[in-house]
Design a protein around this ligand. Sequence first.
Ligand code: FAD
Ligand code: A2P
Length: 361
Amino acid sequence: MAYSEATVLAGGLVHIPILIGLVGFFKKFHRTITRGPGKAGLAGKESPQPPEQPSPPPKVVKKPAHPNVPVNTYKPKAPFEGTVTENYSLLKDGAIGRVNHITFDLSTGDPQLRYVEGQSIGIIPAGQDAKGKPHKIRLYSIASTKYGDDFNENTVSLCVRQLQYEKDGEIIDGVCSTFLCDIKPGDKVKITGPVGKEMLLPDDEDANVIMLATGTGIAPMRAYLRKMFEPKEREKNNWNFKGNAWLFMGAPKTANLLYDADFEHYKSKFPENFRYTKAISREQQNTKGGRMYIQDRVLEYADEIFTLIENPKTHIYLCGLKGMEPGIDEAMSSAAASKGIVWSELRPQLKKAGRWHVETY
Ligand code: FAD
Ligand code: A2P
């Protein structure tokens, strides 16, 4: 006998209430055998069961998106022309190389380039490359707070090491870093940005901030420490920092320590809130007799560092040489292991929670 489609459909629909009833019966039966009869069940009447709760979604600690942080106000195709106001050496006699503090006036920008602590700007060096094309942008971490070194909210400062290396017996100067170290007050420089949300400070006034810097990696940390401890800054920013800040600074020689006098001053004024630990690679030795690097200091203070990390308000910032990352990872691994923690598991969690911040180059 041939059935029409409509008959099949109608026949199927007729069975739906029967199916629902059966499913209901088996569900009730299943509940009774897995949970046993309810109180009322024992008295002969089943009490209404609470509706089945869906299992809660897994807890994901989301990284804040920082929607109010400015980005790319000036793009490479239409950069802002900033005017150099200062350019001076940060090094003492006997230091290795060349590292300068350079400040640009931003006040003529329309719109004005504004930034927050932890961001970077791009610099387009004057001149052309070997192919006759304009030079590419290089990024530099901002070393000033958003209020600027003079607190007038219209300057940005950088901390730049001149790149120099030897190739085939010849000394090669880095294009942009040499351009920056050589510019003079009054010179115009093409600036882009700001960029970056990786190195932003938390809003919490009682956050703990562990900073691991090598060389010019100190730039964002200098901005954080000014924001935390510079009296005029505190007046302006209304951010009454009362957590623990701990700076681990790596430099080849004492004469190469950057902003050292400022940091020593903060330490004397805020001994409860600021610790400053130096690793001076060519003057100090680690326990194995090698150069003292910041990762050796991390190992030395492993216990205290991991006690701080257990606090969810603790953030760790890493900035400077890319080459230091494996060493820091290794040090954190053995430091963690001594506390029964697996660093390779903890680090991604810290990262996900927005507490592990890395900017190396
Ligand atoms: P270039 O002329 O571009 O030369 C660099 C190139 O030279 C390299 O790409 C490589 O090909 C070659 N080279 C380099 N060393 C050697 C070597 N030993 N042997 C052979 N070849 C070599 N720098 C700072 O000084 N301060 C900062 O605050 C800072 N912040 C940064 C933030 C970010 C997010 C990034 C990504 C980088 C930052 N830098 C900072 C680095 C900066 O962007 C430049 O890379 C650096 O100044 C070198 O640029 P340059 O134009 O002088 O060198
Ligand atoms: P060194 O050059 O003595 O080996 P700067 O940028 O002023 O040269 O400072 C960078 C600092 O970082 C120096 O003390 C340098 O030591 C140190 N450094 C070099 N390589 C590493 C590394 N892999 N891990 C940690 N620190 C490093």
